[in-house]
Each structure stands twice: as structure tokens, then as C-alpha cells.
Write a protein that binds this ligand. Structure first.
Ligand code: COA
Length: 262
């Protein structure tokens, strides 16, 4: 596994944990972090033995990611800011394109780029200490890593507008109520809870998970008839897999299935 300066990557039993590791700056996203995260997720997609689920979290006890790095951003020209925004978008697309689910374990502040990064993940579990928000308007800015688009897709346009226009942070419980977060857990239990969910996902048929992820993501923004076509195509492709034979045979033989990803 490659070594990184601003993140760490660990793989255990087909579950990868990617940790943003700048706790003294509340894990703020600078160009280096974005590049390393992108390289890490590209690498995980090709890793052997394959990764079946990933967890994205922040180092330290205080923050998932407190935003894009304001110190670095303050000196950017418009052209450099476009490249920075593009890098954030590229990272989001790499996470969304991964064949395995990526769970955000939000262990503290998820503000600005942190909230946006969490929303690139398949779903979010949060510590009861977590705070979410899009505070860019306080800086004379607006979300630049997908916040104006993914937040409204997650919580609805009016609620997204309120968060983006006021810049106010919200508690984990409010985020749960908005549907931004799947579950809020006591701070000390977040890591073990998310690992348990990731391990469960990693034990299922990998191609079934990969196709479900792709169809759900692609279908969400498509019209229903086209989305259902995507589903039918992926569903039928699974009938050519060894795992489908194994899964259905194991059911009739009343034993746990052994999936191989073929
Ligand atoms: N970019 C760069 N550095 C950041 C940062 C960011 N988004 N968020 C926090 N930091 C740095 C602080 O500058 C400070 O560094 P220093 O110790 O070298 O001065 C360190 O992280 C700790 O932050 P601090 O503000 O002292 O912690 P706090 O507990 O008092 O406040 C926050 C926490 C999250 C409320 C506050 O840091 C904050 O508002 N951050 C910016 C949030 C934001 O606007 N994000 C969107 C950016 S587009």
C-alpha cells in the first residue's frame, strides 16, 4: 500500500478505512489531501484481494473535516479555484464510481467541504458530537465540491437552501431528522458501529452490491422508465454469475453462502 502524507489507509478483512489525517487543522481539505484521497480510492478500486467496503473518517476527536482549507483557498485566483473545485468534484466521482460502498463515519465537524465529502459517500453514520453545515457564505463563498447539488438531492431543495443560505451548522440529530444521516451513535461507539455495518456489507455478494450501487446512483437522476431499464439490465446480468448460483443453492441447502465476486 502506498504511503501518504495527509491521509492513512488500512485494510482489514476486505474493509478499507481511509482516515484524513490533519487533526491540528481539523482535517481541512487542501489540494494535497484531495489528490491523496483521489489516489487512495483509485488504488482501493484496484486492490488485490479486492476491497468490499470502505469507511471514510477524520483523525482526532473533534472533526471529520472542518471544510476546504481556508488558508490555502484565500490566495487562489479564479482559475486556481476552478482547478480546486474540479479536484473536489473528481474525488466525489471516484468515490461514487467505486464498486464497493463507502460509508462516512462523521466523528465531529463536517462543515463545507467536509459535509460535501460525506455526501459523496453512500451513506453517513454520525457521532452524537457531529455538526454538519455549509458555512461558505460566511466567507463570501458558496459550496464548491458539490454541496449545491448533492445536499438538495439528499434532503430536498428547500432544506438545502436554508442550510446554504444561512450557513448555520446543525446537530447530528437535526441531520438525522433531515435524512442527511442514517444513524446517530454515541461518540465512542461510532468506529465499532460503522465497522460492523461495513463488515456485513463485505460479506454479501460483491457483484450484487456493485451493480446495486451503480444502478441506484445512476438511476436517481434519470427518469423512472430509464432507471428501471438500468435495473433490469443489471439484475439480469447477475444471473450469469457464480455468486447467484451459490447464493440460491445455499438458500435451498440451508447453509451460509460463500461468495467469491465471480
Ligand atoms: N481551513 C483551514 N484551517 C482550519 C479550518 C479550515 N476550514 N477549520 C479549522 N482550521 C484550523 C484553525 O485555523 C486552527 O488552526 P491553528 O490552530 O493553526 O490556528 C485549527 O484548525 C483549530 O481550529 P479552531 O478554529 O481553533 O477550532 P475551534 O474548536 O475553535 O472551532 C470550528 C472549530 C470548526 C467551528 C472552526 O474551526 C471553523 O469555523 N472552521 C471553519 C469552518 C468553515 O468555514 N468551513 C468551510 C470552509 S469553505
Amino acid at each position: 500500500m502506498s504511503s501518504y502524507e495527509t491521509i492513512s489507509v488500512a485494510i482489514e478483512e476486505a474493509v478499507a478505512t481511509v482516515t484524513i489525517n490533519r487533526p491540528d487543522k481539523l482535517n481541512a481539505l487542501n489540494a494535497k489531501v484531495l489528490a491523496e484521497l483521489t489516489a487512495a480510492f483509485v488504488g482501493l478500486a484496484e486492490s488485490e484481494p479486492p476491497v468490499r467496503a470502505a469507511i471514510l473518517t477524520g483523525a482526532g476527536d473533534k472533526a471529520f473535516v472542518a471544510g476546504a482549507d481556508i488558508a490555502e483557498m484565500s490566495g487562489l485566483s479564479a482559475a486556481q479555484a476552478k482547478a480546486f473545485s474540479d479536484a473536489g468534484h473528481r474525488l466525489g466521482l471516484v468515490i461514487e464510481a467505486a464498486a464497493f460502498p463507502v460509508i462516512a463515519a462523521v466523528n465531529g465537524f463536517a462543515l463545507g467541504g467536509g459535509c460535501e465529502l460525506a455526501m459523496c459517500c453512500d451513506f453517513i453514520y454520525a457521532s452524537d458530537k457531529a455538526r454538519f453545515g455549509q458555512p461558505e457564505v460566511n466567507l463570501g463563498l458558496m459550496p464548491g465540491f458539490g454541496g449545491t447539488q448533492r445536499l438538495s438531492r439528499r434532503v430536498g431543495l428547500a432544506r438545502a437552501r436554508e442550510l446554504v443560505f444561512t450557513g448555520d451548522p446543525i446537530t447530528a440529530d437535526r441531520a438525522l431528522g433531515l435524512g442527511l444521516v442514517n444513524e446517530v451513535v454515541p461518540h465512542a461507539e461510532l468506529g465499532s458501529k460503522v465497522r460492523e455495518v461495513a463488515k456485513k456489507i463485505a460479506s454479501k455478494a460483491p457483484l450484487a452490491i456493485a451493480y446495486s450501487k451503480r444502478v441506484m446512483a445512476r438511476g436517481f437522476d434519470a427518469d423512472l422508465a430509464l432507471a428501471n431499464e438500468l435495473e433490469a439490465t443489471a439484475f439480469s446480468a447477475l444471473f450469469d454469475t457464480e455468486d447467484m448460483r451459490e447464493g440460491t443453492r445455499a438458500f435451498t441447502e440451508r447453509r451460509p453462502a460463500k461468495f467469491t465476486g465471480r
